[in-house]
Design a protein around this ligand. Structure first.
Ligand SMILES: [Zn+2]
Length: 397
């Protein structure tokens, strides 16, 4: 999300992590597409071992067929860049009216506080995956091999100190979503993060989940964990790893990262990577897009991994009165998400980013993005089936 660009841009944030003691192993041989000179530390394998009972174990996966792309700048640490930066020609754009009322939505007020009550897609489960939407970008995924995963878990509000600053000055808050029970939380095997933005990553949730789960994150992310025995795997774009019978692949998205801003003193713009995930078991694939705008990366992902069985696609936060170009650059409109789903040959698409438990950043109302999706799905005669979840609902696919 783009809280760093707009109303809150000038907020002074103080959320530096303490310098961390970590054991870092880099599994490498990097293939880098960039015209930037590479930091020597990324070219050679590094192994730091610091004796400490509660040290985090950090593994960096940057194999030969992975991609790391840096901006051409002298900033330290180096800053990441999208695979396809620059001006975009979008395949199509919704023409007004884009938010016609729909009988599929029962709302307290127009397009606000709604439930999807439309005819649901009849699905014969074939993938072995069960998905529960926990609101905004958070999903709980169970696989046929018994693995339990959390995607971008944020159970409450933005991380400290933004929640504190918002309380003082008025800011984005949301009704908190239905969450996992304590037992379910204790049994989570792995947590996957797409990027560092506050609505996708909250340190308080890591504390609740604990260090029994494995954490899979983008490059540069581990420094944001407290030092408490966490097992963290940082991954480059197109790096793969195993979790029980699952193959987890970190893939590109078209976005940005930023977390700390002290004007004129410090910023961490694009200092950690961003992306999405492909989760595969026995040839069945779930694609989680992360926060992303539309770009050619979707076609690249399809070419590398093949067609997707389930696509979890963001459809909100694309609108802004003054900065609409930027917002769409980093967040797909509903029609962008439908085009991307077509390019990925998704057998079913589940939308997220809107809803009763989302932060409304760049949306007209809680369900405006869903209304636009339903309209454009019809207008485009999309062949990608939609499965619409309400927050807290699960589906076996
Ligand atoms: Zn974001």
């Amino acid at each position: 999300m783009s809280y760093g660009n707009g109303l809150w841009h000038s907020f002074v944030l103080f959320c530096f992590d303490p310098s961390l003691r970590q054991r870092t192993t880099e599994i490498t041989a990097i293939n880098i597409i960039t015209d930037t000179k590479l930091p020597i530390s990324l070219v050679f394998s590094l192994i730091f071992i610091v004796g400490c009972a509660s040290s985090n174990k950090v593994t960096r996966l940057t194999p030969a067929d992975a991609i790391i792309k840096y901006k051409t700048s002298s900033a330290q640490p180096a800053r990441y860049e999208n695979l396809y930066p620059g001006k975009k020609d979008y395949p199509l754009t919704c023409q007004a009216p884009c938010y016609p009322p729909s009988p599929a939505l029962a709302c307290a007020t127009p397009a606000e506080s709604c439930r999807f009550v439309g005819r649901q897609l009849a699905i014969e489960p074939t993938t072995g995956f069960t998905l529960r939407w926990l609101g905004h970008a958070s999903f709980y995924l169970q696989s046929a091999d018994g693995s339990r995963l959390l995607l971008d878990p944020v159970s409450q509000q933005f991380d400290w100190p933004v929640d504190w600053a918002f309380t003082l000055a008025g800011g984005f808050f949301r009704p908190e979503p239905p969450w996992l029970s304590a037992n379910e939380l204790a049994e989570v095997d792995a947590v996957l993060y797409s990027h560092i933005h506050y609505d996708h990553f909250n340190k308080a949730d890591i504390k609740k989940i604990g260090n029994q789960a494995q954490y899979f994150v983008p490059l540069g992310f581990a420094q944001h964990f407290a030092n408490d025995g966490y097992d963290i795997t940082e991954m480059a774009w197109f790096a793969n790893t195993k979790l029980a019978e699952l193959t987890l692949s970190f893939v590109p998205s078209h976005h940005f990262s930023s977390r700390v801003l002290v004007p004129y003193i410090y910023e961490d713009n694009d200092a950690t990577l961003w992306g999405g995930w492909v989760i595969e078991q026995q040839g069945k694939r779930v694609f989680f897009a992360g926060d992303t705008g539309y770009s050619k990366h979707f076609k690249d992902i399809q070419q590398r991994y093949g067609d997707m069985d389930i696509c979890l696609m963001p459809i909100a936060s694309y609108y802004h009165k003054e900065n609409s170009n930027w917002y769409r650059y980093v967040h797909t409109t509903p029609e962008d998400a439908l085009v991307a789903a077509q390019e990925l040959n998704c057998k079913v698409m589940i939308p997220w980013g809107y809803g009763n438990n989302s932060w409304q950043m760049g949306d007209h109302s809680s369900h405006s993005a869903l209304l636009r999706l339903l309209k454009m799905h019809k207008t485009m005669q999309s062949q990608v089936p939609l499965y619409i979840l309400n927050e807290g609902e699960a589906v076996r696919l």
